[in-house]
Design a binder for this molecule. Structure first.
Ligand code: PMP
Length: 448
């Protein structure tokens, strides 16, 4: 007799069991978060889908946070969580770091907002950014998206060409997204992007070389844009061999090699690129470097930056932006990088992150769960056979999310963890335990 004909005597499939566990977890979520539910119902009447940042959309409704302190957040229904979302890597300093607080208050009291002029603060921060990330020149923007927008404009202006080679799964901002092997419909200058279908390994290195050389032969290649580790793409590190191959092919063809370090600059004292021995023509930055405020920056070789963006150069491009040198960002960003996230602190945080990922993978051994990433950025993946080649199990990832919330851990539903500085060690231990208990509780659907 087949299982289809006798559901009572046959064991449940992993999918069926997961669907039941997920439905139960979702009903508990709804019952435990009535304020968030109500707030969502109000918000959809004002904001499309109830939010102003698509990433935060989630079903049946997102949690509505009330406040944060240190490395914890509290939602409107009164639950406390350890914050592992870490504002998608921008929240490195936590919610109320005393150094950032002092910088904000003293900027407000002594400097003021909206001066509408150049200031010493932007030059001071530029000097620190150049020294830390080995840049000859830098320009500030409001977001990482804008940093990439202007870096691409620089490459196009400098080379007189248009096309840009990018990689499957790459994310370079709100209008530069390349999941599923193609440019998202809202990509700026969509027709100019050529997407390499692989990322990170030897196969990707060979394909990158071929695509870069072919596009250059057609005569219109301006730049190669790549992340050293794909962040939004799932915390998948690119191998050194792959990144060097992409860089070499770009340089041999005269294309500008742009390394997107918006997420990865926090992974090593001088950024991931320096750690891997890369020498990009341009680098883009963002996230935590605004000290908690909106920030982006791009910089690199002075012959490119000066010829494209020095207003004294005839035919140079304008790079405008009302808030590019906003005093709060210039001072909070500087204080954070200068006093808090020093080179030593950076090394230590990433050591703790590597240790945590190692412990999590040890607990998950033999299950469908895998943890990826580098240092303080961790991705989690559920796969049918526990290998990356096998099918993704979004149902298990969702179940994990609902149940980690019940355990008091605020993580992204897509499975991304960005560690904050100073998360108590007890909380990291508690998380490893919670993951272990989750896997045991659902052993039937988690074991490979
Ligand atoms: N590049 C990368 C690698 C990113 O991860 C992000 C943001 N997640 C961006 C660019 C865009 O930065 P922002 O959200 O500040 O525009």
């Amino acid at each position: 007799m087949s299982c289809e004909s006798d559901l009572h005597t046959c064991p449940k499939s992993s999918h069926q069991e997961a669907a039941e566990a997920l439905a139960a977890a979702q009903s508990r979520y709804v019952a435990n978060n009535l304020f968030s539910k109500k707030q969502h119902e109000l918000a959809v009447e004002l904001l499309p889908g109830g939010n102003t940042r698509t990433l935060l959309h989630t079903s049946p409704f997102p949690l509505c946070m009330k406040h944060g302190k240190g490395t914890f957040v509290w939602d409107e229904d009164g639950h406390k969580y350890t914050d592992f979302v870490g504002e998608l890597s921008a929240g490195l300093y936590g919610h109320s770091h005393p150094v950032i607080r002092t910088a904000i208050l003293s900027t407000f009291d002594e400097t003021g907002l909206s001066l509408g002029s150049t200031t010493t603060y932007e030059a001071r921060y530029a000097s620190l950014l150049c020294q830390r990330f080995k840049l000859e020149r830098v320009r500030m923007t409001n977001t990482g998206t804008e940093a990439n927008l202007h870096a691409l404009a620089a490459a196009r202006h400098y080379t007189g060409k248009k096309k840009v080679v990018v990689f499957n799964g790459g994310y370079h901002g709100a209008c530069f997204s390349f999941g599923g092997g193609k440019a998202a419909p809202n990509t700026a200058d969509k027709g100019d992007f050529v997407v390499v279908q692989n990322y990170g390994d030897d196969e990707a290195a060979a394909e990158a070389r071929r695509v870069i050389e072919e596009t250059a032969r057609e005569g219109d290649l301006a730049a190669v844009l790549v992340e050293g580790m794909q962040g939004a793409g799932g915390c998948l590190p690119g191998s050194k061999k792959f990144l060097l191959a992409a860089q070499e092919a770009a340089k041999n063809t005269g294309a500008i090699f742009i390394l997107d370090e918006v997420m990865t600059s926090r992974l090593a004292p001088h950024g991931l690129g320096q750690e891997l021995g890369l020498s990009p023509d341009l680098v883009t930055l963002g996230k935590y470097l605004g000290g908690g405020f909106s920030f982006g920056a791009f910089g690199g070789r002075k012959e490119i930056m000066d010829s494209v963006y020095d207003p004294r150069v005839k035919g140079s491009l304008a790079h405008s932006g009302t808030f590019n040198n906003n005093t709060m960002t210039m001072c909070a960003g500087f204080a954070g990088l200068n006093q808090v996230f020093t080179e030593e602190v950076c090394v230590e945080l990433n050591r703790v992150g590597d240790d945590l990922r190692g412990r999590l993978n040890a607990v998950a051994k033999g299950t469908r769960l895998r943890f990826t990433g580098r240092g303080s950025l961790i991705g989690l993946h559920f796969r049918e056979n526990g290998t990356f080649e096998s099918q993704e199990r979004a149902d298990l990832r969702d179940l994990f999310w609902f149940e980690m919330l019940e355990e008091g851990f605020w993580i992204t539903r897509r499975g991304f963890i960005a560690m904050m500085l100073d998360t108590p060690k007890d909380e990291l231990d508690r998380f490893v335990d919670a993951v272990g208990r989750f896997l045991e509780r659902h052993a039937g659907i988690m074991m490979v």
